[in-house]
Design a binder for this molecule. Structure first.
Ligand SMILES: Cc1cc2nc3c(=O)[nH]c(=O)nc-3n(C[C@H](O)[C@H](O)[C@H](O)COP(=O)(O)OP(=O)(O)OC[C@H]3O[C@@H](n4cnc5c(N)ncnc54)[C@H](O)[C@@H]3O)c2cc1C
Ligand code: SF4
Length: 495
């Protein structure tokens, strides 16, 4: 423990953010790293607790608490406080293949379960993590680690999101020959076509892919398994196959008028917007531009927030985001105690940006969309809503009831639907013949990852359902260990 009284003397500082008004003029990352002095001070706040809940990654009442990949947080906090950056990097890379992704975009369940968070703001864990890895790249400490020998075993991974990438990295490091198949034009999964550039710069993703290539992993893009290459071909050519195809089947909203021109799925909007940023963007590809338009985002989650931030950068005339649930409290409720992640009101980057332009938070709570109205040419003209009351029932479930007299009409030319994901897309799973759960996810047990097919494994959102980068890394590492064991009869890989 660096400074035994640090937690009493030093207050938490937030990473610097560029001014919301300035940053919506571009697509660059909105947050900036701490200075070295600040990092040292923030690292000194860590108490090196006897039981550091921040790195447990356990489930408390069905919710993940602490870091799912068990990052050795108190250890690297201490090393950062002492200025031992290279040692901190070594510790970080023992548990996390891609801290540059999580250090930018993880919602940091570790911070909610930091012991300081019982009565103080937690240690700034995520920002320290980002600084360690960024320093590693800046100082040239991260170089390709090319395996000294090869096992002669071949593994195919379908899908190049964080689960597929983590599995590929682990298996390559123990000498297996890994090929990652991706239907998109570049690797990264939702790290590229999902999470917007403002949260995770695409050059940061490309830098990691280049490194993985240099280390010997082969990427085959623009190739859809089940169409361009069959499951039989893969199973014949490789000793093992891992399905990391994600959970991108979105929930549909079928309402009167929802077929109007201007109504899109959130992912369609976000993907097109990211594609436009790449140099080789083809002008004929679908791009949705909301400049000067009134935009409504339906769905109160993070994907919706990313749509708000994107619309602001395109200079929309107005933007609001509808959520079904009431506004969260500013402090934890009695049924949401530490070390569970806090279920409290936060002002995310997109909402700060909207406030800076329109003077208010764009979120509308407890609201239900009733119908959409088109003009004579089929273009969206307005959206009709009503407010809802959420009431707890005797059996603990919640019931939503419309409140008469709260009907409202909103002018809108664009609606983006961000009401979540149902699970994995089914065609590729059917093509392979893997069994699925009632919810359509690949039926493979956590920590085992075996499907019903010999030599075929599954990990990430395709197995777990839409989740987080950090869980995808957890599963990618876990499946790699199982596949290594399957191929070699034993494994030296960590779980
Ligand atoms: C808009 C959005 C924002 C998000 N923001 C965050 C965030 O800020 N922080 C966070 O922690 N999490 C965030 N998430 C969640 C996170 O991105 C996912 O949980 C994570 O990417 C899942 O990783 P994965 O590898 O399992 O799947 P994915 O990242 O979904 O990757 C699956 C890949 O498989 C490919 N594929 C599918 N079928 C085939 C096939 N037949 N052949 C070849 N390739 C195929 C797909 O093209 C895709 O590239 C966000 C999600 C969305 C949608
Ligand atoms: S990966 Fe996420 S949960 Fe783990 S230490 Fe980093 S920010 Fe915290």
């Amino acid at each position: 423990m660096g400074k035994s009284t640090g937690f009493m003397e030093i207050i938490r500082e937030e990473a610097e953010e560029r001014s919301p008004r300035a940053r919506i003029q571009d697509w660059d990352e909105y947050s900036s790293p701490f200075s070295d002095d600040t990092l040292k001070r923030q690292g000194a706040r860590c108490m090196d607790c006897g039981i550091p809940f921040c790195h447990t990654g356990m489930e408390v009442r069905g919710v993940a608490s602490g870091c799912p990949i068990n990052n050795l947080i108190p250890e690297w906090n201490d090393l950062v406080y002492k200025g031992k950056w290279k040692e901190a990097l070594e510790r970080l890379l023992m548990t996390n293949n891609f801290p540059e992704f999580t250090g930018r975009a993880c919602p940091a369940p570790c911070e909610g379960s930091c012991t300081l968070a019982i009565n103080e703001p937690p240690v700034a864990i995520k920002n320290i993590e980002r600084a360690i890895i960024d320093k590693g790249f800046e100082n040239g400490w991260i170089t390709p680690r090319i395996p000294e020998s090869r096992t002669g075993k071949k593994v195919a991974i379908v899908g190049s999101g964080p689960a597929g990438l983590a599995a590929a990295d682990q298996l390559n490091q123990v000498g297996h020959s890994v090929t990652v198949y991706e239907r998109a034009d570049r690797p990264g999964g939702l790290l590229v076509y999902g999470i917007p550039n403002m949260k995770l710069d695409k050059d940061v993703v490309a830098r990691r892919i280049t490194l993985l290539r240099q280390e010997g992993i082969e990427f085959v893009c623009n190739t859809e398994i089940g169409k361009d290459v069959t499951a039989e071909e893969l199973r014949e050519q490789y000793d093992s196959v891992i399905l990391c195809t994600g959970a991108q089947k979105h929930r549909q909203l079928t309402l009167e008028g929802s077929d109007a021109k201007g109504v899109h799925e959130a992912m369609e909007y976000l993907t097109a917007s990211t594609k436009k940023r790449f140099e080789e963007f083809d002008a004929d590809e679908s791009y949705i531009d909301v400049e000067g338009k009134d935009v409504i985002v339906i769905g109160g989650g993070d994907t919706g927030a990313d749509c708000v931030a994107t619309a602001l950068r395109q200079q929309c005339r107005s933007v609001v985001q509808f959520g079904k649930h009431p506004k969260l409290p500013s402090d934890r409720n009695a049924d949401n105690m530490w070390p569970e992640p806090p279920n409290v009101f936060t002002l995310e980057y997109a909402y700060k940006e909207a406030e800076s332009v329109f003077g208010e938070d764009p979120r509308q709570y407890s609201i239900q969309t009733k119908k959409m109205v088109k003009d004579e040419e089929g273009h969206l003209k307005e959206v009709h809503t009503i407010h809802m009351k959420k009431e707890k029932q005797a059996d603990g479930t919640y019931k939503f009831e419309e409140i008469p007299g709260t009907e409202k009409v909103w002018p809108a030319q664009y609606v983006f639907i961000a009401i979540g994901f149902e699970g994995p897309e089914q065609p590729v799973l059917k093509h392979f013949g893997v069994t699925t759960t009632e919810r359509g996810r690949i039926d493979a047990q956590y920590e085992h990852y075996e499907t019903n097919l010999e030599g075929v494994f599954a990990a990430g959102d395709a197995r777990r359902g839409q989740s987080l980068i950090v869980w995808a890394i957890n599963e990618g590492r876990g499946v790699a260990k199982r596949v290594d064991h399957y191929l070699m009869g034993a494994s030296v890989l960590p779980a």
